[in-house]
Design a protein around this ligand. Structure first.
Ligand SMILES: *[C@@H]1O[C@H](CO)[C@@H](O)[C@H](O)[C@H]1NC(C)=O
Ligand SMILES: *[C@@H]1O[C@H](CO)[C@@H](O)[C@H](O)[C@H]1NC(C)=O
Ligand SMILES: *[C@@H]1O[C@H](CO)[C@@H](O)[C@H](O)[C@H]1NC(C)=O
Ligand SMILES: *[C@@H]1O[C@H](CO)[C@@H](O)[C@H](O)[C@H]1NC(C)=O
Length: 842
């Protein structure tokens, strides 16, 4: 056994070393060769060198220009000499009718599309009077655009995911002339813009970026020099930050002067995310000296209101002397983007590791001033400090099809777009806009209904008045055949001794759970929806649909169902040892030791991780608690109860409880406040379960003194003091190794973070728990997180669980139904509320 482990470790180490060599080799050579790279100096008959880049003559193959009428225009070098890239502004192509450039695309995907405009006067053409629309086949880039400042050049950069073989950029004059001085179409690395970002208000994941057209509106190198296209592999320009800083006096500039350490093996920023000089310099809060002075440093940017923005923060801790010393907050538009951000935690345990964080500010929150702040953390024992190395602000196009320019207000924007469309860009734009609007509305409706609709009082009323029959029919036809075994009612009647009250093993809002013994002696759990109450319909359906799609060793399996005679009955594998809760407190079950408890937690975490990530759309359990984690005869943990079936009728009495589902004491406070549900709500609830496992007491116990009532609060109080050991279950307190407990406490604390964005994913929790278990293992010599192989399968007590395959499910007398009186986690929330209010008043 040990020998095998040793060999495995050696193998892993060798692989690791090989990977390191490969990746460092790769990094040394990190250069990006764009598959498509078109640099066109419009209006020029010869190619032009700009820095180290060559812009080809206009009309040179393979770029095609098609135009009804155009003029190649030029101006004197003196007139443009003071501008960056001045050579490009010396010539322009002027169009007097609809015209276009066509670029063959070798590799589909994201491209930078850049335009250079400078309105000079050529013969009778005064380009400053030009007004025109620029679009691709898919995106309206500029509509009725007029140069805002006639004396300065204008540079525009878009990042478009091109999924065609050719890119056609069309210019359409609105009042006679259009022009352009230069165009770039250049491939961008595929991973530069990832699909997801964090939305700040509401706090939730934002997905779908990979197809969104973006416009770069600001790209700033904090605390460092301006970076020109020659100094950036992707030819980006990074400007300095001072002119955007509102309060430069509380800041200072830092320059690292050494090479930064790119994260190996992916997951962080790469050399292409931003050049070294961006990560190697930063603006730092200069309040470090006066520990009581808490300031934010704030940059303010003019933006168009009414658009959503993708804000990319570039960080690299070039100021700390040791790991885990720098904690700070980041804000976008006044909302938390990061709270107590710890850059060390996101790096390979190395300082000066570049990291970027993508944040989306929705159009509802974007005013014409976008403020970005970095402020000190209020954690104790942390010096007030904070840094920012670089920042990119990208406008996300509305409805996927349009950017407007100028000072477009929300209403004006649509006017402009419609105007442009009617003006002749084509009927298709109207259609596209309408289709997108409809689709957006649908998405909104969908999100809405996903969150609350099925439970609203109206919904229930209408279900109970008439639509039930049709619903029932749909349900039945939908279920036929495809959802596992359909039991005859009589079979289940017999199996449960005609639904004998003495065979009840659990009760929920949905109805009762009975033990059942089939004719072949196999045991099952039979959950029977209360036929008189109809609020279970949704849950019934949800659970059948979910469970029949989901198969996992750590999820309780659905064996079949019965919908005969309007019954709503689900038949599950029987879990011999009952609920996790019944093994922690309030029953005569023998207590579990620390390793057993950890293994149960790890199993449950695996189940939840699978729920969150196992299918295309994350499934949120919503009611994670120790009573919903069941144990089989080998103490293998399985997560149960996906339909959120604990919806007693009392819940509908108040507005609050209509909205918020879940069990009191486990409820994510953020979900409660904002009624926004994410996977991180499950992570929070799971954190409470972890505490419950450690302390073996109910999560809400009103019989205790006030500060002890809520386990999550109580536990966090001790964890923050570093004295979690004080409240451990007496029966195991002497047996937990300090390292193991420390790591466990940290994991709990992360799970219980106030904001979802700060909580780890279920996958991270799982990994941490496995580490906790290894630390507990006396034989294990693990001492360093980094030496651990993330995917080590821990030897589990149980090698196979063939419950589902054989359907010879075993069952036992689970006495979980008799909850002790002082435990409220299963009781309806309205009742708990009133009790808590009473408790407050004491
Ligand atoms: C571009 O969009 C397509 C879907 O239209 C997507 O599959 C692809 O991943 C996107 N490419 C990038 C680089 O985001
Ligand atoms: C940019 O590159 C040039 C040479 O290519 C170099 O001389 C200059 O110092 C670089 N500037 C920065 C800010 O790195
Ligand atoms: C800290 O404050 C002291 C006086 O209050 C000043 O002399 C010193 O220069 C300051 N240090 C820094 C790094 O600002
Ligand atoms: C920093 O800015 C944020 C957002 O505007 C604000 O909530 C916070 O109170 C500020 N902190 C300080 C120390 O001024």
């Amino acid at each position: 056994m040990m020998a095998t482990l040793g060999r495995k470790k050696r193998q892993a180490a060798t692989t690791f070393i090989v990977l390191c060599i490969l990746s460092s080799f790769y990094i040394c050579k990190a250069q990006f060769t764009p598959a498509d790279s078109y640099l066109v100096d419009c209006g020029s008959s010869k190619s032009t060198m700009v820095g180290q880049r060559t812009f080809t003559a206009d009309g040179a193959s393979p770029v095609k220009v098609s135009t009804s009428q155009d003029i190649l225009a030029g101006t004197s070098a003196n007139g443009v000499a003071s501008f960056d890239n001045s050579a490009l502004y010396q010539t322009a192509r002027i169009f007097t009718g609809p015209s276009s450039y066509t670029f063959p695309i070798q590799k589909q995907g994201r491209h930078f599309v850049r335009f250079y405009f400078f309105p000079f006067t050529y013969q009778s053409y005064d380009l400053s009077l030009a007004k025109f629309t620029v679009s691709t086949q898919d995106v309206l880039l500029l509509s009725d655009f007029q140069q805002p400042d006639k004396t300065a050049p204008l540079f525009k950069e878009y990042s478009l995911n091109i999924t065609r073989d050719t890119l056609v950029i069309s210019f359409k004059p609105s009042n006679g002339i259009a022009f352009v001085n230069a165009i770039e179409v250049v491939s961008v690395p595929d991973d530069l813009i990832t699909d997801d970002a964090q939305m700040v208000n509401p706090v939730q994941q934002y997905s779908g970026l990979s197809t969104q057209p973006l416009e770069t509106v600001y790209r700033v190198n904090m605390g460092g020099p301006k970076v020109t296209p020659d100094n950036d592999t992707l030819s980006r320009t990074w400007v300095t930050d001072l002119k955007y800083l509102l309060n430069p006096s509380v800041t200072k500039q830092v320059n690292y002067g050494k090479r930064v350490n790119y994260k190996k093996g992916g997951g962080g920023a790469t050399q292409l995310s931003a050049p070294d000089i961006v990560y190697g310099t930063a603006t730092e809060l200069a309040a470090t000296n006066t520990s009581n002075a808490l300031f934010n440093m704030t940059w303010q940017f003019d933006v168009d209101a009414g658009f959503s923005y993708l804000v990319r923060f570039h960080f690299c801790d070039i100021v700390s002397k040791a790991l885990n010393q720098l904690y700070f907050n980041a804000y976008v538009g006044g909302f938390y983007a990061q709270n107590n951000l710890d850059l060390s935690a996101m790096s390979d345990s190395q300082l000066a590791t570049p990291i970027y964080i993508d944040v989306v500010l929705s159009s509802n929150d974007a005013s014409s001033k976008l403020s970005i702040s970095i402020g000190p953390s209020v954690l104790n024992n942390v010096l007030p400090d904070g840094i920012l190395n670089g920042l990119e602000v990208m406008k996300i196009s509305t409805g996927g099809s349009a950017f407007t320019v100028g000072s477009g207000s929300g209403n004006k924007k649509w006017g402009v777009i419609l105007g442009a469309a009617l003006g002749g860009v084509g009927l298709f734009i109207i259609v596209v806009v309408l289709v997108l609007l409809c689709r957006r509305k649908k998405t909104l409706e969908k999100q809405h209904s996903k969150t609350w609709m099925p439970f609203s009082i109206n919904g229930l009323t209408s279900l109970s008045t008439g639509s039930r029959t049709s619903y029932g029919t749909t349900l039945t036809s939908g279920l036929n055949g495809s959802y596992g075994y359909r039991f005859a009612f009589s079979v289940l009647q017999e199996a449960t001794n005609n639904f004998d009250e003495n065979w009840v093993i659990g009760v929920g809002g949905f109805g009762k759970v009975y033990k059942g013994v089939m004719r072949d002696e196999s045991k099952v759990a039979v959950k029977r929806g209360n036929p008189k109450s109809q609020q279970g319909l949704n849950e019934f359906r949800t659970e059948i649909e979910l469970l029949s799609r989901l198969r996992h060793r750590h999820l309780v399996s659905l064996i079949g169902y019965c919908d005969e005679r309007n019954e709503m009955i689900l038949v599950y594998e029987y879990m011999e040892k009952g609920t996790l809760k019944s093994h922690l407190y309030g029953s005569d079950n023998p207590s579990l030791n620390w390793k057993q408890r950890l293994e149960v937690c790890i199993g449950a975490a695996r189940g939840l991780h699978y729920l969150h990530t196992g299918s295309a759309k994350a499934i949120i359990h919503r009611d994670v608690k120790s009573a919903n984690i069941l144990l089989d005869e080998n103490l293998l943990a399985k997560v149960a109860d996906f339909g959120l079936s604990k919806t007693g009728p009392e819940l509908d009495q108040t507005h609050v409880s209509t909205a918020v589902k879940g069990s009191f004491g486990y409820l994510d406070p953020e979900y409660f406040r904002r009624q926004q549900l994410t996977e991180k709500s499950d992570v929070y609830s799971f954190g409470v379960v972890l505490l419950e496992v450690l302390c073996a007491r109910p999560v809400i116990d009103p019989t205790l003194p006030r500060e002890m009532v809520n386990l999550a609060e109580w536990g966090m109080k001790w964890q923050k003091r570093g004295e979690l050991h004080q409240i451990i279950d007496q029966r195991i307190s002497g047996t937990i190794r300090p390292d193991s407990l420390r790591k466990f406490g940290e994991t709990v604390e992360k799970c219980l973070a106030d904001y979802g964005v700060e909580r780890p994913s279920m996958g991270d929790v799982l990994w941490n728990l496995e580490y906790v278990l290894q630390l507990q293992d006396a034989d294990s010599t693990v001492s360093d997180v980094n030496s651990m192989n993330r995917i080590v399968e821990l030897p589990s007590q149980v090698q196979n669980v063939g419950a589902l395959e054989s359907i010879s499910v075993t069952m036992a007398e689970a006495g979980a139904s008799n909850e002790p009186d002082h435990d409220l986690s299963d009781v309806s929330m309205s009742r708990v509320f009133s009790q808590l209010i009473k408790a407050e008043g004491r």
